[in-house]
Design a protein around this ligand. Sequence first.
Ligand code: 1PR
Length: 535
Amino acid sequence: ASDDNVVTLLDYGAGNVRSIRNAIGHLGFKIKDVQTSEDILDAKRLVFPGVGAFAPAMDVLNRNGWAEALCTYIDQDRPFLGICLGMQLLFDSSEENGFVEGLGLIPGIVGRFDPSKGFSVPHIGWNAVRTTKDTDILEEIGNRHVYFVHSYRALPSDANKEWVSSTCNYGDDFIASVRRGNVHAVQFHPEKSGDVGLSILRRFLNPKSEIAKKSTQGKASQLAKRVIACLDVRANDKGDLVVTKGDQYDVREDTEENEVRNLGKPVELAGQYYKDGADEISFLNITGFRDFPLGDLPMLQVLLRASENVFVPLTVGGGIRDFTDGSGRYYSSLEVASEYFRSGADKVSIGSDAVYAAEELLKTGVKSGKSSLEQISRVYGNQAVVVSIDPRRVYVKNPKDVEFKVMRVRNPGPNGEEYAWYQCTVNGGREGRPIGAYELAKAVEELGAGEILLNCIDCDGQGKGFDIDLVNLISDAVSIPVIASSGAGASEHFSEVFRQTNASAALAAGIFHRKEVPIQTVKSHLLKEGIEVRM
Ligand code: 1PR
């Protein structure tokens, strides 16, 4: 490939950079990976997608002599694009792992968002940015949203104002991007920001190409509520991976053959939902509890292929746990998650194994550090780990009858019960466990979950709306974002859950698979109702 077509990528192997690779490939560029400091100094254009935590990243840069090469490269005003941690590392220091010195190119300290301000931390989702000076690469954002996922941020000050090119408001006004000459860095993820994000990358990679007109459409002003499409995936009886969808978790047809319901092909549907405006896509490998995912290579193929054309965040769940195969080979849950990340997942979601970890924490009162949740969030960051809860409503007459958090329900139970608790289950709802959704949510937040995907077995596939009681119970209990799931059957159900609860996102499956209501119709409805969404 000619030099014109090559992007040098600084990937120090700490996490998933497949998304940025895919986006660069999609734009027609080839990637050259940095192996030595010389590769940095020789780069024609350098992209630095920082992943993982600040201290280990600085360690790698210092150990390999890359820190010095980066500073030289940037001082020479050569084309640079830092992303997320790749921006934060340019600052003086960070509080992420105690106090750690950064590259010291931009004055300022990277600090944590303060959850006491009433905003969920991590900051996850589509937010608006305000440009404060000419950015060139952000020209086409206009008033549209871009995708953020982080718990730490740098604040604008007099000392760094010559760098700051845009800010974003989330409790604080923090730095969304910096720019000086040919050096750019962004806190958000252009590779996960749909068309808008691709335009940013295109402008960076190809500054002289014909520049599209500045976009002004859109009305982004704050963090948008997310609409997520979910694909429950499993092998059908012929062994093909299909998207399926259950009623209260039963995915088999009500016929004599009793086949697994087939609603389409996973890669195609994911591509379709991306085009239709889904803010995120989730794949749940729903038989992961019994079929080990690393033996289930087709699922990894699905991810690899889907991530080539989907430029919004992809979450994958199912089967994340420690496992010993027939030949006695042991796989850690971290290896399973790493394989999902390598195949294109931006986040992983843990179901059953998180229930066991939470039970253990409640029993012992100490964090062992050994659960899949703790291990994966330590390596990939909290924001990369979702806990998926599969609760079932259990009505009770008297709140004192159970040891779990009970709430007064809006609609009484079959015997007039006015209270209910939500019992967690494992193995796709097959087994109830002695822990409530409330207790679980608090425990997994403590263990390092960055987000909660809150299903409800009673409401799944019923199309009668989300369980507002349950969503309130959980979204008020934790300070991490909560995704409401199960039961969407009409656009109004989405506005209802956003109006009446603190959910950050709403996830649905059947309504989209059956093509009853397209994603854009849901979003137009939300917009009309005065709820901010990404259009
Ligand atoms: O326990 O770590 O192996 O993870 C298994 C994962 O698979 C969990 O996230 C669990 O929720 C999911 N899962 C297991 N069995 C089923 C099943 O349906 N038989 N699917 C299942 C869960 C629920 C939702 C669904 C919403 C929206 N799917 O994600 O998409 O309820 O549906 P709707 O809009 O049609 O109402 P592990």
